[in-house]
Design a protein around this ligand. Sequence first.
Ligand code: COA
Length: 335
Amino acid sequence: MEVIKFKQIGVSFKGSGSYVPEQILTNEKISQKVDTSDEWIQSRTGISERRISSSGDNVTEMGYKAALSAIKMTNWDIKTIDLIVLATSTPHDLFGSAPSIQAKLGAHNAVAFDLTAACSGFLFALITAAQFLKGGSFKRAIVIGADQLSSFVDWNDRRSCILFGDGAGALAIEATNEFDNFLGFDMRTDGERGSFLNLPTKNNRDSIIDNIDFLKGGFSPINMNGQEVYKFAVREVPIILNNLFRKTKYSSDEVDWLVLHQANQRILDSVGERLKIPREKILSNLAKYGNTSAATIPLVMDEAIRDNRIQQNDIIATSGFGAGLSWGAAIIKWG
Ligand code: COA
């Protein structure tokens, strides 16, 4: 990709898209597998059902469909897209799934790469893409969040398997020299607390020839300390957002929508309370999809854009958080 220098100063939000697999796993059905109940799951998490990929739905396919839908909202010529960033922890190809999405879209002029930051992934990818646009390197970008955590969940662990689902979402963003709707961001990492939530490799020792071992690739299922992750989220997310309000000189009163990573309804409610943002301004689709990791933020935004809750010039405060541990926040104006 030839890097052309534009003279832009800002980012404009042009389109959104999403995709979820058709297969629905209700709480009722999970309770046939592990000792739990619809009542327990709903009251502790707000989740009623989630989507689970079956054959044909992988991160490449889901990400492609979400990206295509976002591009259709923009009326862009696909050949004018410069950059595709795919946030995922569950690529269809460990060498990267973004290039396959680029090929399926026919976005031949775009450079495409994966970025991994678990449930903070979409936000980190959006911030990354925005820097390329603001720096003047690229003009049009598609940022995708897609994950298929169902493949890595221990379906016998009732403490974690109830939370996760599969899906994808995407935003189309463009550089502009007229205004800047990417109003501010912050990002944090604390690897010291990484063991609270991880999906580690499982290296099975094998031998190539006598006396030469190698470690076969593979992954252990998701390992989570739910209580610690919960405490981390309800403490750090209000802090990072409040700091960002101070930095950008926006106040929580001016926020039209609080768009948090969809992990647990109780986390959404608690963060909203701490920021004094009323419940009707907090987007939630947890009941239908659960935690789709990197996909949650663009998925819930796309729903609200398509049903006209999010309108042009609305102020959106968003925060992603999760494994790493990692967390981040951004304030944007839609449009
Ligand atoms: N059904 C029924 N009982 C369950 C259960 C389930 N699915 N999961 C756990 N329990 C039980 C526990 O065994 C425990 O029983 P005990 O007291 O007899 O030992 C009891 O419920 C309370 O467990 P606890 O872990 O304290 O529950 P909790 O209120 O913290 O809720 C989570 C568990 C996972 C819902 C909650 O901690 C959470 O959402 N954490 C954040 C996780 C997250 O968001 N991860 C992704 C971040 S990106």
